[in-house]
Design a protein around this ligand. Sequence first.
Ligand SMILES: *[C@@H]1O[C@H](CO)[C@@H](O)[C@H](O)[C@H]1NC(C)=O
Ligand SMILES: *[C@@H]1O[C@H](CO)[C@@H](O)[C@H](O)[C@H]1NC(C)=O
Ligand SMILES: *[C@@H]1O[C@H](CO)[C@@H](O)[C@H](O)[C@H]1NC(C)=O
Ligand SMILES: *[C@@H]1O[C@H](CO)[C@@H](O)[C@H](O)[C@H]1NC(C)=O
Ligand SMILES: *[C@@H]1O[C@H](CO)[C@@H](O)[C@H](O)[C@H]1NC(C)=O
Length: 302
Amino acid sequence: MFNNFSSSEVKFVIYIGLLALCQCVLIRAQQFEAPEPEEDDTVTVLNGSTLYTGNISLCNNVANRVFLPYVGDCKKYYLCWDGEAIEKQCNKNYEFNARNQSCSFPDKANCMPKCESYNLTSFRYDRTCTKYVLCYYGIPVLRECQDGLQYNAETDRCDFPQHVDCVDNECMRLGDAVELLYLPSKASCSQYFLCARGVAVKSTCAKGLYFSTSCNCCDYPNRSACQIPALKRNIQPFSRMPLRGADVICPRHGAHFYAHKSRRDAYYYCVEGHGVTLDCTPGLWYDANVQECREPEKILKA
Ligand SMILES: *[C@@H]1O[C@H](CO)[C@@H](O)[C@H](O)[C@H]1NC(C)=O
Ligand SMILES: *[C@@H]1O[C@H](CO)[C@@H](O)[C@H](O)[C@H]1NC(C)=O
Ligand SMILES: *[C@@H]1O[C@H](CO)[C@@H](O)[C@H](O)[C@H]1NC(C)=O
Ligand SMILES: *[C@@H]1O[C@H](CO)[C@@H](O)[C@H](O)[C@H]1NC(C)=O
Ligand SMILES: *[C@@H]1O[C@H](CO)[C@@H](O)[C@H](O)[C@H]1NC(C)=O
């Protein structure tokens, strides 16, 4: 009978009841925590010791038998063969010299930089013409310019080839015999490169003549197929922009690129949770599909 309980017994029951309630509240409270961003197990955690290549293939756009440097290890290099990058290493303590495609003494090798600073920087991926390494928060991420655009180390951006004129991706060390390779300039019809033993040297035709790929010689312009669209440069003199944050929420891990909220010629870059705003070369727009800056016509056509 209920009315037979003493008051102390009632208190005890209430006490047990409260205890159970508290525990229940505690357990339920544990279920309510601020949600964390959904991240699957395949998420890539990037660090400064490995170049993150994403789905960019190193030897894409690089001729057979061209050697590429290796970011992060001066002794190593790659041989490009049918689009594959085959890892190689210099003997002894020699280091790879991308300029003349050989293993050299370390003080003569000009090894590629590392992403040492936490600031935003980028550097040319030597010998590729189109690729570059983007550094932010010390993490190296490989990038590739689209549609024949080339990386311009003076402006840190993908640019029209007329302003870069790089042919290093086509100039291989052909073998022991001195074989010469003629490569047309991308900047001027009257110029060409002579590629010998992996080093491309620029030459100029006699006045009034154009380089012609059909004879590998300088010829009358009407006998040369050279056509380089004249470009009016509307870029300001080289100036490094001060760092601007990105007004987007960056995923905690990986490298991500997003279209800018209001500008077509800019985009956001997030690496390991750190965001920054980047600008395209004037005349180019950011294309979210290829995650690079391109000519507006190319984006509209796609
Ligand atoms: C850096 O990341 C790579 C894979 O992205 C991994 O193999 C390597 O062990 C990591 N290094 C360090 C020091 O965490
Ligand atoms: C991988 O490359 C394809 C084109 O080859 C591109 O459409 C895709 O967006 C790329 N993915 C990433 C994550 O960069
Ligand atoms: C390559 O260039 C370096 C630095 O100029 C030089 O020391 C080396 O001898 C060159 N190697 C060849 C094979 O030309
Ligand atoms: C990084 O950027 C800050 C601010 O823009 C600057 O003061 C500093 O010197 C830079 N550090 C390096 C190593 O470039
Ligand atoms: C090309 O131009 C040169 C010099 O202007 C001229 O002598 C020659 O006849 C031209 N050739 C042709 C096929 O038009």
